[in-house]
Design a binder for this molecule. Structure first.
Ligand SMILES: Cc1cc2nc3c(=O)[nH]c(=O)nc-3n(C[C@H](O)[C@H](O)[C@H](O)COP(=O)(O)O)c2cc1C
Length: 238
């Protein structure tokens, strides 16, 4: 039981929205790490972006912009990105976390091991884990990639607003049967991305979202992450 009271049913035109619908999207979405090559129809991509843009943002600034690749352009980008990851030096616009300690380290390890177990990477096999890491730069075989940027002058709040956009993007995609994965690993190569997509200097490159239809049979998609309970999330006052 998620809720002590029956969920209110709201009518939005013809559609009936319940918490069950939202929970179904939230529970079924997962980060997809193996995609089929089939393209997502352009009108579905447009619907995903339109829905994602309904999230709140401070002052309704709507700081998000996305560069989206399709078809041969995704393959061209994939090749160039892979080359950059093999030869370049990481330089993200947003500093990567300085460390993960305590419960954050535990959770990070748990999801890392779950992935390695699923794809058959043994503990300590650095070559195999590096190979799996490099899948990030093949965009996990996705037919599309979205690069998310925010105005530099909006700072962390712009990035916060874009986090909501990224989440809503993944949920809207899920609603259309489209799998996705946000990727900070791609944003590590921000100077390359800036040149490649001609992103102006006054915008920060935040992350990528690779998306497409999932390869359900692939072992990389064969595990799910868990979540902490309310007791670890909320400190009640009153
Ligand atoms: C901002 C952000 C960046 C992420 N970057 C990566 C990444 O570079 N590579 C990757 O494999 N997963 C990445 N992920 C996916 C997370 O590992 C994943 O969301 C988390 O383990 C929870 O699993 P789930 O998405 O399947 O529920 C990222 C997720 C977010 C929200």
């Amino acid at each position: 039981m998620l809720c002590r009271h029956p969920a209110p049913r709201q009518r939005w035109g013809e559609a009936e929205l319940t918490l069950d619908v939202l929970n179904s999207l939230l529970e079924n979405r997962h980060s997809c790490r193996a995609f089929l090559p089939d393209p997502v129809p352009q009108d579905h991509i447009e619907q995903i972006v339109t829905s994602a843009a309904r999230v709140p943002s401070w002052c309704n600034a709507q700081p998000w912009q996305v560069h989206i690749t399709s078809g041969a352009e995704t393959d061209r980008f994939r090749q160039a990105l892979r080359h950059e990851a093999e030869t370049g030096t990481p330089a993200p616009d947003l500093p990567f976390p300085s460390g993960y300690s305590g419960v954050y380290q535990d959770r990070r390890r748990a999801c890392g091991w779950a992935l390695y177990k699923a794809v058959g990477v043994e503990k300590g096999d650095r070559a195999a884990s590096a190979r799996q890491m490099m899948e990030n730069y093949a965009l996990f075989g996705a037919p599309h990639c979205a690069i998310v940027t925010s105005p530099a002058e909006l700072g962390p709040y712009g990035a916060m607003d874009c986090g909501g956009f990224v989440t809503a993007f993944t949920l809207a995609a899920q609603a259309l049967g489209v799998a996705s994965i946000p990727q900070a690993a791609v944003a590590a190569y921000a100077p390359f991305l800036r040149r490649y997509f001609q992103v102006p200097e006054d915008r920060l490159i935040l992350c990528a979202i690779s998306f497409g239809y999932p390869d359900q049979a692939h072992p990389a998609n064969g595990f799910r992450t868990d979540r902490a309970g309310l007791d670890e999330i909320v400190r009640w006052h009153g």
